[in-house]
Every structure is written in structure tokens, then in C-alpha cells.
Design a binder for this molecule. Sequence first.
Ligand code: ADP
Ligand code: ADP
Ligand code: ZN
Length: 216
Amino acid sequence: MRTILLGPPGAGKGTQAAVIVNEFHIPHISTGDIFRYNIKQGTDLGKEAKSYMDQGLLVPDELVVAIVEDRLKQEDCKTGFLLDGFPRTANQAEALDNVLRNMKVALDKVINIEVDKERLIKRVVGRRICKECGATYHIEFNPSLKEELCDKCGGQLHQRDDDTEATVSKRIEVYLNETQPLIEYYKDQGTLVTIDGEKSIDTVSQEIVAALRRES
Ligand code: ADP
Ligand code: ADP
Ligand code: ZN
């Protein structure tokens, strides 16, 4: 299964990615997670990415494309992958097509998760992430059993630096300008499936898994 999760910040990409990779046994490639890992490790890439991320801006295409290209060439991506948060620009989508063409593989489906703007802001501002395992919670919509602690590993929950109301508004604006046009791009390729992301987490998971299992 070779697939992409497309959708604005807060649509539920990371939440659904965890379910999909478990169901289809494919690696989860999140460019946001790769940048956050590099920030934590204090690498040059992390420092450069952070200066964009903190402003709600996109990291330049050259940096992102090189990282994804490297990652897709690794052994575990031979039978499939799930891209989460990539591509985000027309340039990135074209670069991905080239990489896949050279690897002689093609995308099966692109899952486009749709959510209303007001709800996106509430979701992002209330998001909490486990420092240890990266599991995602929401203070209101998907709380952990014990406040501030991860149900899966007991790790501390924290808020991402870029999950403020000001930054998320900027990120949504960037999404509308740069990323939303990809919906048409993938519709033209015949791979797009649109999912209503406002339903419950479980319902959205079921609909995505069913869409990925469908032949056409
Ligand atoms: P993305 O990766 O697209 O930015 P996340 O998966 O991190 O989105 O989800 C954003 C926030 O919304 C998280 O706090 C998550 O727990 C919550 N969330 C995700 N899906 C739903 C849903 N279907 N209903 C309610 N809250 C959701
Ligand atoms: P969200 O799903 O909430 O938008 P991500 O974790 O996917 O968050 O991304 C966080 C930030 O990382 C983005 O706001 C952007 O600065 C950077 N980023 C992640 N993926 C890309 C990408 N494909 N191209 C450019 N920047 C990216
Ligand atoms: Zn955890």
C-alpha cells in the first residue's frame, strides 16, 4: 500500500496514520515528526527547520524533498509507505512523482481529510503529544485517562511549540494557498478519496481503511 494523507493542520492525519500503519504494516513517514526529531537532537537541519516551523511557515522544498527521497529508498518502504504531511506544495508533489517513477512504483490512493476551519483551530490548540512515544491526545476530544500522562507508555504529555492560536491560523492560511491545490492535482491523477474528518476518530479510521481496501 502506497498512500498519502492530505489535509490541513489538525485534520487528524497523525491520529489516523497510527491506525493505518498498524492495519497495513507499512512505515509511517511524517515530515513534521522528522523535523521535530532533528530539533530535539540539535542537528543543523533541526535548527533550520525550527525557524520556519515556529512562524507557521513551510520548510523550503529542497530540504523536505531530499529527506523524503532518502527515506523512500530505505528497505522498509519496498512494499509500501504512508506519507503524512508530505507533499505540501506543487513542487513537492512533482518531485515525489519523479522519485516514484524512478523507483518504478505508483501511489495507490491519496486520502484527503476535510475539516471545517473553526474546528481545526480547536483541535490544534487542544492537542497534546506524548514526549516519549509521540501518541496524540486532545484535552477535550480525546483526553488521556490521567491528566498530562500518556495511556500507552506513561510518558509526559506536552504541547508543541507551534500549536498556538496565532501559529495555527497562519498554518491554515499556508495550507489553503500552498497545499489545497494538490487536491485537484491528485483528482486529475485519479487517486483521490475525500473523507469527512469531522466524524469521530473511530468512524474516520473505518472509512479510511475501507477506502484503502477498495479496488478502485
Ligand atoms: P494532524 O496530524 O492532521 O495535524 P492530529 O492527528 O494531530 O492532526 O489531530 C489534531 C488534534 O485533533 C489532536 O489533538 C487529536 O487528538 C484530535 N483529533 C483527531 N481526529 C479527531 C476527530 N475525528 N475528532 C475529534 N478530535 C480529533
Ligand atoms: P500539522 O499536521 O499540524 O500541520 P506537521 O507536524 O505536519 O503539522 O508539520 C509541522 C511543521 O513542519 C509545518 O508547519 C512546517 O513548518 C513543517 N513541515 C512539515 N512537513 C512539511 C513539508 N512537507 N513541507 C514543508 N514544511 C513542512
Ligand atoms: Zn506515550
